[in-house]
Design a protein around this ligand. Structure first.
Ligand SMILES: Cc1cc2nc3c(=O)[nH]c(=O)nc-3n(C[C@H](O)[C@H](O)[C@H](O)COP(=O)(O)OP(=O)(O)OC[C@H]3O[C@@H](n4cnc5c(N)ncnc54)[C@H](O)[C@@H]3O)c2cc1C
Ligand code: SF4
Length: 237
């Protein structure tokens, strides 16, 4: 049986407490835990503390702003809720469809959009037990110096496996982040999508493709020293 390592835990109820907890050394965010906890059991990470987003009510909200034709989706909204939200289904069907096709109903009931956007890359040579990995000498991503997918490669080519990210990129979504220090893990608060029918048309028929693309966020507003929000857009490399 694979066991979780020892770690501390915190479950703040406000965003400012969450950001403060996150700025502690070795702290790591956990939302639904469907990606992070298996990785901990596999010995891929060893955080000192897991800081849960679960008790921050404001991160669970989906709101539609009619005046700006803008949708705000809190980072802790589950993929099940996104897939069944009437406004999202009507206004951004590709996003609802992508969320509704992730994994299985049980996982979608736990998994959040914040976690899906921040999903770690996966690879059959690394998402295994520590014992299994040690038998092949690790790899560039985990305690080794070779890539088993591209044996002469110098960097990891593990694929991003989020199904929601390609839909969000195609919709020009923006992410609102908060974090106190440049080197602290950022907390992603809200995904904003604006309906712009003149520049964008959505087809309901096509299924979202599993993506192998990497993505980045680009900062479009400065974070203040007090830890105020910054905005980022999400786009392909
Ligand atoms: C069997 C299985 C099948 C799967 N199949 C698919 C699939 O078909 N398509 C697909 O897209 N995904 C798939 N996944 C991955 C799944 O979508 C993710 O596990 C899930 O979306 C992660 O969400 P979570 O809330 O559980 O995140 P967690 O596991 O809690 O966190 C994941 C990562 O995000 C970080 N994080 C969480 N919330 C935030 C936040 N608000 N701000 C910043 N960082 C944050 C965490 O620190 C961690 O690094 C599958 C997973 C499993 C176990
Ligand atoms: S370094 Fe290579 S083998 Fe290791 S996770 Fe990345 S792609 Fe997979």
């Amino acid at each position: 049986m694979l066991r979780l390592p020892v770690f501390g835990s915190a479950a703040p109820t406000t965003i400012s407490e969450l950001v403060a907890q996150l700025s502690k050394p070795g702290a790591r965010l956990v939302a639904g835990g469907t990606d992070l906890l298996p990785n901990l059991k596999h010995g891929l990470e060893a955080p000192s503390t897991l800081v849960s987003t679960d008790r921050v009510e404001s991160l669970r909200e989906v709101s539609w702003h009619e005046d700006k034709a803008e949708l705000h989706v809190g980072a802790s909204v589950t993929l099940s809720d996104i897939a069944s939200d009437k406004k999202i289904v009507a206004q951004f069907p590709s996003f609802a469809q992508a969320a509704g096709l992730v994994a299985s109903p049980l996982i979608r009931n736990m998994a959040t959009i914040g976690g899906n956007i921040n999903l770690d890359t996966r690879c059959r040579y690394v998402n295994q037990s520590e014992f299994w990995r040690s038998s092949i000498g690790g790899c560039l991503k985990a305690a080794g110096d070779v890539c088993h997918v591209v044996p002469k490669g110098r960097s990891c080519v593990a694929a991003m496996s989020s199904d929601c990210v390609p839909a969000l990129i195609s919709l020009g979504a923006e992410l609102l982040q908060s974090g106190r220090k440049a080197n602290a893990e950022s907390l992603w608060l809200i995904t904003t999508i604006t309906k712009a029918p003149s520049t964008r048309s959505e087809k309901t028929a096509s299924s979202p493709q599993s993506s192998s693309c990497q993505y980045r966020t680009s900062q479009v507003a400065q974070v203040t020293p007090s830890g105020a929000y910054e905005k980022a857009s999400i786009s392909r490399f």
